[in-house]
Design a protein around this ligand. Sequence first.
Ligand code: NI
Length: 202
Amino acid sequence: MDSEQARHESQIHTHHIHIDGRDTMTDLQYPVGKLERKTALTDVERRGLLQEIAAAPANMRKAVAGLSTGQLDTSYRPGGWTVRQVAHHVADSHMNAYIRMKLALTESQPAIKAYNEKLWAELYDGRAVPVEVSLTLLESLHDRWVALLRSLSPGDFARTLVHPEQGVITVDFLLNLYAWHGRHHVAHITSLRDRMGWKVEG
Ligand code: NI
């Protein structure tokens, strides 16, 4: 994600569509609501979020199941990424997330690097590679990520890192952020399917 929220918020001002007083563009962009920032989590919260991260690859696989090439190359909202770009973006983002967590777990408050997610999504692999490539990538990545997360102590979750835009954040913050992030993007695809009446398999 990476300042995705900030970037989306600035976009909202240029792309608002109001129908019957409802902010339709915000509904399309935030089908599961905006991120609720959390710095420190309880044990119960961590367990729930860990389950969400564990379930994200299967949820993404289900969200894109049975879609045609034309459907995969449809934008989830006007001016937004295609379904294919969304799937590849989640892989881009979660690879960065995993590395950020490992940096935080092995260095003293490391400074991490942002990346330009919009330009990453426009590179050839993000626009054109079969979604299956990122589905299997996500499955492997999340297997390792969840194994790592399950091994952490409360002190590990409190470790800090410095994000260029968010400032000092914790591993807990990242856990909460990326659990939301997976749900957020899966819902872009499932809500598009709903609106388009595209059949859901199984
Ligand atoms: Ni994102």
